[in-house]
Structure formats: structure tokens, C-alpha cells
Design a protein around this ligand. Structure first.
Ligand SMILES: [Fe+2]
Ligand SMILES: [Fe+2]
Length: 194
């Protein structure tokens, strides 16, 4: 489930863009934001969620019950809410600029999407995916891994993941957030309380 890495990079785009929309909306490359939301739709919502999680993982886990099974309804509701937010982002930025008075609402949508999906992906990584690997026999897991590759190739061609990484990198560069070093936290100055 390496898709989460790409989706997390889009969430970083959202969380870095939101304060800029509030302080100086004219400085935001809205086309880059539109590209980020389009990638989230194609790679996250239409492929990762709909084709993999909702089709293969969730039904099986819901039947198995347990902690992971108990999360499925919430995860599905969050997929749906995410799609609504992506619809809103795409509709808001489609003209190539953000209408005056809309910047604050857009910033709020980006922040709430980031908050929801960070938790969503973290719970999937630590509870849902491990439970699925335990539930499904290893031979079936191997078959499904091949099936997932096939689906990826059908949807995106031979190098769907690589292409998604290229697209998110291009968005990051346009928004000037492509340098990992810029995310290094400042020193605490020795006043950290643990
Ligand atoms: Fe999900
Ligand atoms: Fe996921």
C-alpha cells in the first residue's frame, strides 16, 4: 500500500498551502493546487480507495470483525467526505484563481482534509492493513498483490506509482515546497520540557 506515501505528500501540499491562502491568496499557484486535487482524485479516491480498499480489503475485514472490522464504516464515511472535499477544491480552483471571499473557506477545507486523512491513513497503516494480512492466507495475498499490480497498470499504464510521484513532485516544485530540508524543525534552544 505504497499509495499512502503519495497521498501524504498531497496532504503536505494542502497543509502548506492553507496558511498562504489566508495570508496572501494571490501568491498561491492555484493551477498547482488543482493538479494536486486531481491527483488525489485519480490516485487516491478512484484507484486506492475504490479499486483496492473498498473492493477487496474492507468487505473482508468487516466480515472478520475485531478492531479493524469496527473501523470500516468510519473509513467509508471518510472516503465519502474526502470525495466531497475534493469536489469542492476542484470546483473552487477550476477558473485558475480563487474568488475573493472564498480563500478562507478553501483554506479550511484543505486543513480539514489534511487532518482527517492523516488520521485515516495512520489507522489503516497500523490496524487495518496488518489485520488484513493476518486474515488473508499468504497464497491469496500473493495473488491479490499481482491483481493490484494489474489494476494499477490498467488505470495508469506501466508506471502508475512513478508517474504519481513525478506529478506530486512537480506540484511541490511549483509551490516551492519541494525541498525536504525546509521541513527540518528548528532547534528547541534547550528549553524542551519532556
Ligand atoms: Fe482508506
Ligand atoms: Fe488507504
Amino acid at each position: 500500500m505504497r499509495e499512502h506515501g503519495v497521498l501524504r505528500r498531497i496532504l503536505i501540499v494542502y497543509s502548506e498551502t492553507a496558511p498562504r491562502l489566508l495570508s496572501d491568496p494571490g501568491s498561491v499557484d492555484v493551477q498547482a493546487l488543482a493538479e494536486a486535487a486531481s491527483l488525489f482524485r485519480a490516485f487516491g479516491e478512484d484507484y486506492h480507495e475504490r479499486q483496492l480498499e473498498e473492493r477487496f480489503l474492507f468487505p473482508e475485514l468487516k466480515r472478520s470483525g475485531g478492531e479493524a472490522g469496527g473501523l470500516i464504516d468510519t473509513l467509508l464515511a471518510q472516503h465519502q467526505r474526502g470525495r466531497e472535499i475534493t469536489d469542492y477544491i476542484l470546483a473552487t480552483v477550476q477558473g485558475g484563481s480563487v474568488a475573493s471571499g472564498e480563500a478562507e473557506r478553501l483554506a479550511g477545507a484543505l486543513q480539514s482534509m489534511n487532518r482527517m486523512y492523516e488520521a485515516h491513513a495512520a489507522f489503516e497503516d497500523t490496524i487495518v492493513f496488518p489485520a488484513w494480512k493476518e486474515t488473508v492466507p499468504s497464497k491469496r495475498l500473493e495473488e491479490l498483490a499481482e491483481k493490484f499490480e494489474e489494476i494499477e497498470h490498467e488505470q495508469f499504464g506501466e508506471d502508475g506509482f512513478d508517474e504519481a510521484v513525478r506529478r506530486v513532485r512537480s506540484v511541490e516544485q511549483r509551490l516551492k515546497i519541494g525541498d525536504l530540508g525546509d521541513f527540518t524543525a528548528p532547534a528547541t534552544g534547550g528549553n524542551t520540557v519532556i
